[in-house]
Unconditional design. Structure first.
Ligand code: AMP
Ligand code: ZN
Length: 468
């Protein structure tokens, strides 16, 4: 399997540290608002990659944090007249709901920055002891960037060039020794959440959080670290500087970064009035469509979001779901017995699509080509499945499609057309009709439900129902 590694700017063969196991860290969102559709991209693409690794037989330890202490969270708390913890808790829960609706599986661990302060203090102390960090007069602890010889190796930036290009940066260096030094610990301001530390009462900088959480849950060296491409510099560059200076070991072997999501070919921003939360999109589309839309592109390419492209994704997904539901329906009524010779040959041919799918995913998680392989299988199913086939052949076709869709986390079961509430309401209406001796209406409701796959049973305890 090959992965494009931002560190080397090459596609490289993937070799995990430990045979059969993968440790993966994906930088999670700062929880100060509902997540936007840009935030959804790393969640969806790296969830699909995790699923693929598991399908290949790896045991994946997948860690993704929630940044629950940050300037934006504090600002929002002040606006609402509440505390930062209330804001962070609310939006962590909302984010988990969106993830579930996008069929993004929960991580093995979702650490919270505020629960890991002790580890951060420890790592900062190690960096001070090793000369990679220092305390300024106001209690702020800075990282001594120039001391880390490899600084810039991920973003392929050179500090001297950066300095030449940003002369103004040099005058902002208040209490820092050098303008490139970044914050590891900062003193408390009035009304802000704060923790005791050897330097001052305060809170951690953003970058140290990920270094510490990655180390705690995955170890000093991990296989894959991932996130959106905007995180390459400075966030990931700083994580490397912190972790490698502290441990003396490589931090992550492979760095994966997803491209940005734009709206109608423009950067998404509130000021351009083209900013969408995942919740906004959920009002118009099933979030499965958003997931399918994201996976129809390569994760490293920029992705343009537009109503037309979402409608195209909706149609594409519908084609897959319809093929799955047709073949499933046929298999329920088709004949018994073993597959005949022709069926065996046909089914053998479908292996080709699975091989294509695997090859695409093994080539740097090319979900776009993997989706094409699924469409080819759908086309094959649509032309090679009918009521004259054996049930087992049809079930095998369904299973082949289901396996591939499951790797991408695409749900192929048709959504129940009737919600539980609707069923209960119809049952009540039927009871009323019976009391009023309107048996025609009562029977009509029973038939209507039966047609939609709901079976009613009159028992002594009342009416019970089941989906068939
Ligand atoms: P944040 O909460 O801003 O730290 O973002 C959480 C994750 O979403 C990071 O991995 C970002 O790189 C990613 N992200 C933010 N905006 C976009 C976007 N427009 N397109 C793709 N990824 C994004
Ligand atoms: Zn991070």
């Amino acid at each position: 399997m090959k992965i494009y590694n931002t560190l080397t700017r090459k596609k490289e063969e993937f070799t995990p540290i430990e045979k059969g196991r993968v440790s993966m860290y994906v930088c999670g969102p700062t929880v100060y608002n509902l997540i936007h559709i840009g935030n959804a991209r790393p969640m969806i693409v790296f969830d699909a990659f995790r699923r693929f690794l598991e399908y290949k037989g790896y045991e994946v330890n997948f860690v993704s944090n929630f940044t629950d202490v940050d300037d934006k969270i504090i600002k929002k708390a002040i606006e609402e007249g509440t505390d930062a913890q209330t804001i962070a808790k609310r939006y962590t829960e909302e984010c988990k709901k969106d993830m579930a609706d996008m069929n993004v599986r929960p991580a093995t661990v979702h650490p919270l920055a505020t629960q890991e302060i002790e580890g951060m203090i420890e790592m900062i102390q190690t960096l001070i002891d090793k000369g990679y960090a220092y305390q300024a007069a106001d209690g702020t602890v800075y990282y001594r960037t120039k001391k880390f010889a490899d600084y810039g190796k991920l973003s392929h930036k050179n500090l001297d060039e950066l300095q030449a290009g940003h002369r103004e940066i040099q005058v902002t260096g208040d209490l820092k020794e050098d303008p490139f030094d970044f914050v590891l610990w900062k003193p408390k301001k009035e009304g802000e959440p704060a923790w005791e530390s050897p330097w001052c009462e305060g809170r951690p900088g953003w970058h140290i959080e990920c270094s510490v959480m990655s180390k705690k849950y995955l170890g000093e060296t991990i296989d894959i670290h991932a996130g959106g491409e905007d995180l390459i510099f400075p966030h990931h560059e700083n994580e490397i500087a912190q972790s490698e200076a502290a441990s003396g070991k490589p931090f992550a072997h492979y760095w994966m970064h997803n491209g940005f999501l734009n709206i109608d070919n423009q950067k998404m921003s509130k000021s351009l009035n083209n900013f969408f939360t995942v919740r906004d999109i959920a009002q118009k589309y099933d979030l499965q469509v958003l997931r399918f839309f994201m996976l129809s592109a390569h994760y490293r390419s920029p992705l343009n979001f537009s109503a037309e492209l979402m409608d195209a994704a909706k149609n594409g997904l519908e084609r897959i779901v319809t093929a799955a539901s047709n073949v499933k329906r046929l298999s329920a009524v088709a004949g018994p017995g073993e597959m005949n010779e022709t069926e065996r040959e046909l089914f053998e041919k479908t292996r080709e699509y699975q091989d294509k799918f695997d090859a695409a995913m093994e080539d740097d998680c090319n979900t776009a080509d993997a989706v094409s392989a699924i469409f080819e299988l759908v086309k094959f199913i649509n032309t090679n499945a009918c009521a004259d086939n054996t049930s087992i052949y049809l079930k095998n076709l369904y299973a082949r499609l289901a396996v591939l869709c499951d790797v991408l986390g695409i749900l192929i079961e048709k959504k129940e057309e009737l919600l539980d509430e609707d069923i209960k309401r119809l049952i009540e209406e039927r009871q009323t009709a019976r009391k009023e001796k309107n048996f025609a209406r009562a029977d009509q409701i029973r038939d209507e439900l039966e047609q939609k796959g709901i079976l009613l049973k009159d028992t002594r305890q009342g009416v019970v129902w089941q989906r068939i």
